[in-house]
Design a binder for this molecule. Structure first.
Ligand code: COA
Length: 160
């Protein structure tokens, strides 16, 4: 169930990257993507950086794209004040609509085995457990669960 705030997903621009880097630090601490990594990744043109606005202000973001042949959700995150209202589903739907538009057969992601909210989110969208990567997240040494979703036909509500 999403809250009453007006939600919109848009492409992020280079001007938004400082906000993304601040969120990364606040949310992921020592595992955060650095501002330099974000800027390089964004400029590579191989990723889609999408932002969720609530009432006109950025409140979340998702990063996705191809990693080799695999269409991959690299990251999805909401600012702490935007959680618990179901807004994460909007970013997931945006990602999955893009996967369907591109006609990919599968989408992939990694998630910390300790991340209950993200695990619940991904499972609610049909992602299945594939394997565990031991000590994938450093420096904490937390295991990652690799998850996959087999993509089905386009929904009529997908973006053009
Ligand atoms: C992961 C994240 C985007 C989810 O957003 P959220 O606002 O917290 O979660 P939502 O309110 O949208 O709920 C999503 C689902 O997770 C469930 N959920 C939320 N928090 C949960 C928790 N602590 N334990 C178990 N389930 C939880 C909700 O019930 C909901 O399920 P449903 O709608 O299918 O019934 C958000 O928690 C976040 O930004 N976390 C920090 C960044 C992060 O870890 N990103 C993932 C990187 S892999």
């Amino acid at each position: 169930m999403t809250g009453s705030r007006r939600a919109r997903v848009r492409d992020l621009t280079s001007e938004d990257l400082g906000w993304v880097a601040d969120q990364e630090k606040a949310i992921f601490g020592m595992s955060a993507w650095s501002p330099e990594l974000i800027a390089t990744d964004f400029a590579s043109g191989f990723r889609r950086y999408r932002g969720l606005e609530l009432d006109g202000a950025l409140a979340g973001y998702a990063v996705y794209g191809f990693d080799g042949d695999a269409f991959h959700l690299m990251n999805v995150a909401l600012a702490s004040g935007a959680r618990g209202e179901g807004h994460s589903h909007i970013l997931m739907e945006d990602f999955l609509a893009e996967a369907r538009r591109l006609g990919v057969a599968e989408v992939w992601l990694e998630v910390a085995v300790t991340n209950d909210a993200a695990l619940a989110l991904y499972r609610s969208h049909g992602f299945e457990d594939v394997r565990v990567r031991r000590r994938y997240y450093q420096p904490e040494g937390i295991d990652a669960l690799v998850m996959r979703l087999r993509v089905t036909a386009a929904s009529p509500t997908d973006r053009a």
